[in-house]
Design a protein around this ligand. Structure first.
Ligand SMILES: *Cc1c(COP(=O)(O)O)cnc(C)c1O
Length: 387
């Protein structure tokens, strides 16, 4: 019998997740029901945040955060080029301009020196926000990044879509991503390949009660019902969006969140097995680097491959892996090279993002895999590369 296909990532949905959704479907309120606040409260607790605001998806989370912070036309925001499109696009949604930062070619993450250079490039324009991305679930050097942003007069918004369950080591303590220790807000996604899944779904966490209130208002058309007003009455001071996460998806999210410790442990064990199994393929294949102090819940298993030296194109390698029942993907094409951003900002030279892109390949990683699957993936990779 053929072995099952291993995609690069996928959800883990179990019977109790399905039961939680079925129960929500039998209730009266499918959209704004009691499960929204219950999921938000559980999420805030899980990441050590003061406030959590659920929304339609990770992109909406970024857009709402830009709106709620008042980022607008004339403003400039710094975004690392190695990320998903949405991190940069949210800046454009509100009419602000993007300054792309370079990344470490070996980890794919923005370093303090990359941010420094981007801040210099932005000058003399005022930078409003810096959007660090915890690529692969690895936690970047937030204290240093927050200090640089602060001295430039900018706020920090963490794109934590890869990093639910990740922590940063601080002395003897581990500070969860999303706690807001070094940022105004953090955004999460529950897309099926992310650590917990609701199909579409997102969350924003923040230490700021006023920002949380503004996010809630903007998530639902900008409507407010003043206390003591007539029962039909609502007011709108600024137009918002319909970016709500329905009650029935919050039921799924809450059920999935309860499994976060198990999902994190499974991802960590699989990643550790990969590191062992990959050792004989060095130096042609190397696992991506992990920054100091990062205690990751790994989201992606990125390896760096010297395709040119091996005489094989990435496309050939991906197709040969696929023939052996193994999915792979590339995270990410540098966003500054997209036609839209090229047309807007011209040709930029970001050698770290380019070097990362040239070599990276994401191998299967999700809690439904077992440790033997890792051996199968690495054996196939060695065979395909002739190692
Ligand atoms: C998934 C992702 C997003 C967008 O999340 P959606 O829920 O798909 O809208 C944003 N940024 C990063 C880094 C992501 O991985």
């Amino acid at each position: 019998m053929a072995e099952p296909f291993l995609p690069y990532g996928r959800q883990t949905i179990e019977d109790d997740d399905i039961a939680a959704v079925a129960a929500a479907l039998r209730d009266d309120l499918l959209t704004t029901g009691p499960r929204v606040e219950a999921f938000e409260a559980a999420f805030a607790e899980a990441v050590g945040a003061e406030h959590a605001v659920a929304c339609a998806n990770g992109t909406a989370a970024l857009h709402l955060t830009m709106l709620a912070l008042g980022v607008r036309e004339g403003d400039v925001c710094v975004v690392p080029s190695t990320t998903f499109l949405a991190t940069a696009n949210c800046v454009r949604y509100v009419g602000a301009e993007v300054v792309f930062a370079d990344v470490d070619p070996d980890s794919g993450l923005m370093r303090p020196q990359d941010l420094s250079r981007a801040l210099d490039q932005a000058a003399p324009r005022q930078v409003t926000a810096v959007l660090p991305v915890h690529l692969r679930g690895e936690v970047l050097d937030l204290p240093a990044i927050a200090a640089l942003a602060d001295s430039a007069g900018a706020v920090v918004v963490e794109d934590a879509c890869h990093a639910l369950g990740s922590r940063l080591l601080q002395g003897n303590a581990e500070v969860p991503v999303g706690s807001g220790r070094w940022s105004s807000a953090s955004t999460f996604s529950f897309h099926p390949v992310k650590t917990i899944a609701t199909g579409e779904g997102g969350m924003i966490t923040t230490p700021d009660a006023g920002l949380a209130e503004r996010l809630r208002r903007l998530r639902s058309h900008g409507m407010v019902r003043p206390p003591g007003a007539d029962p039909w009455w609502y007011e709108m001071a600024e137009p918002g969006f319909n970016y709500r996460l329905p009650d029935l998806l919050c039921a799924l999210g809450h059920s999935q969140l309860a499994k976060l410790p198990r999902f994190s442990a499974a991802r960590q064990a699989l990643a550790a097995r990969y590191l062992e199994a990959l050792t004989p393929l060095a130096p042609a294949v190397r696992p991506a680097a992990s920054p100091e102090g990062s205690v990751a819940t790994p989201h992606l298993m990125c390896v760096l491959i010297d395709f040119a030296a091996l005489g094989r194109s990435r496309r050939q390698v991906m197709e040969a892996l696929k023939d052996r029942g193994i999915g792979s993907q590339v995270h990410y094409i540098p966003v500054h090279t997209q036609p839209y951003y090229r047309a807007r900002y011209g040709e930029l030279d970001l050698p770290g993002a380019q070097a990362w892109y040239d070599r990276t390949l994401s191998l299967p990683l999700y809690p439904g895999m077992d440790l033997a699957d890792v051996g199968r993936v690495v054996a196939a990779l060695g065979e395909v590369l002739g190692l």
